[in-house]
Design a protein around this ligand. Structure first.
Ligand SMILES: Cc1ncc(COP(=O)(O)O)c(C=O)c1O
Length: 383
């Protein structure tokens, strides 16, 4: 059997949505994008939702509207995709790395405040695997030091923190619709916020800084004339993506039910094994289960994580590692002098973690096969 790490869940709905766009001839941002923003905002319960070309673009524009500039510092967890820190570099600011908690892989809030300096402008928590970060503590630190909070919610759709949906908590929240995400349009992203001025600026900045409805200039109601309000970016999305997004949003909760069921099956199957260290979801959080992190108890095994991955690969099972911590990358080591000794928890996690396949198009048979192979591999290599 071959089970890829990810397989998209595309049905006739997405196909028909895209075909409708191709037939009506409106290929770039237009009415479908506005409808997607509207439905997304209603689903999340936020005041604004601004569609962009990626989560990276949403994170970048968030820093821009908050006025982050050269010489500033932004607090970022070690264990994230490089996009979270990369956008800080775009502005000549410094991503200040903070270690994560062993149990949850979330930014360790105990270690955040000691990294705050008079140059710090924002904190960017990452809701790892779909589990929301410790938002109360983060917002409290932010309030006391006058910092903004931008949530990297690339994994967190839908997720809840103490009954509140992610997307309504921090100053701006950035979602990803990348191919493997819980709502996938190929590429795409969304920024949600309660702040009217920021929402307006996000809309202007995503399309070259030109006046708000500039995309209409190619339509009947549009005109050739426009003004450039400030220097912007080419970060708009397209109606083709938005049509897929609308279809995916309609079945988001069904897809989430399937992910939840897979996570439950894995957790029950591996509970009590001394060859794994369970990943914890805190009691007041509900995870989207974008990822299922399995953590190997290396002292109970005769193989390391990489050999475990190869063994599963040899049996046709695709896995991944989330994430290679940022301080392990050449650029971050050389530019900022980060090194592994300063982040013991992240190192612990990195050496043990494997992401197992978890997606709505996974069949019962495929799930049983993964459980069986993981179980057998753990037993075979037990010390
Ligand atoms: C935690 C995290 N942040 C940001 C991103 C970037 O998302 P996008 O590809 O939509 O820019 C990703 C994508 O994998 C991610 O996992």
């Amino acid at each position: 059997m071959r089970i890829p790490f990810h397989r998209p869940y595309i049905t006739e709905e997405e196909i028909n949505g895209v075909v409708e766009c191709l037939r009506n001839g409106w290929l770039t941002m237009g009415e479908k994008t506005l409808e997607f923003e509207d439905r997304f905002k209603n689903y999340i319960g936020s005041k604004h939702a601004v569609a962009v070309s990626s989560c990276t673009a949403a994170l970048h524009l968030s820093l821009v509207v908050m006025g982050v500039k050269e010489g500033d510092e932004v607090i970022v967890p070690t264990t994230t995709f490089v996009a979270t820190a990369e956008v800080v570099n775009y502005l000549g600011a410094k991503p200040v790395l903070v270690d994560v908690e062993i149990d949850t892989h979330l930014i360790d809030v105990e270690k955040v405040e000691e990294k705050v300096t008079d140059r710090t402008k924002a904190i960017m928590p990452v809701h790892f695997s779909g589990q929301p970060a410790d938002m109360d503590e983060i917002l409290d630190i932010a309030r006391r030091h006058n910092l903004y909070v931008i949530e990297d919610a690339a994994h967190a759709l839908p997720s809840w923190y103490k009954g509140r949906k992610v997307g309504t908590i921090g100053d701006i929240t950035a979602f990803s619709f990348y191919a493997t995400k819980t709502l996938a349009t190929g590429e795409g992203g969304m920024a949600t916020t309660e702040n009217d001025e920021w929402a307006d600026r996000l809309r202007i900045l995503r399309l070259h800084g030109i006046s708000k409805d500039a995309w209409k200039r190619y339509s009947k109601e549009g005109s050739w004339e426009y003004d450039v309000m400030e220097n912007g970016f080419k970060y708009n999305t397209t109606d083709i993506n938005a049509s897929m997004g609308l279809a995916q949003l309609r079945k988001l909760e069904d897809m989430w039910e399937k992910r939840k069921a897979i996570a439950r099956t894995y957790s029950e199957a591996f509970a009590g094994l001394d060859t794994v260290v369970p990943y914890k979801v805190k009691e007041d959080r509900v995870s989207s289960w974008h990822l299922y992190p399995l953590r190997l108890n290396l002292s109970a095994l005769r193989i390391d994580r990489d050999t475990f991955i190869k063994t599963l690969g040899g049996k046709g099972i695709g896995t991944s590692v989330h994430f290679i911590p940022l301080y392990r990358f050449k650029y971050y080591r050389e530019r900022f002098g980060y090194s592994a000794e300063d982040f013991p928890n992240s190192e612990w996690v990195f050496k043990r973690v494997v992401s197992l396949p978890i997606y709505p198009s996974m069949t019962e048979e495929e799930l049983s096969y993964v459980v069986e192979v993981v179980y057998d591999t753990l037993r075979r290599y037990k010390r």
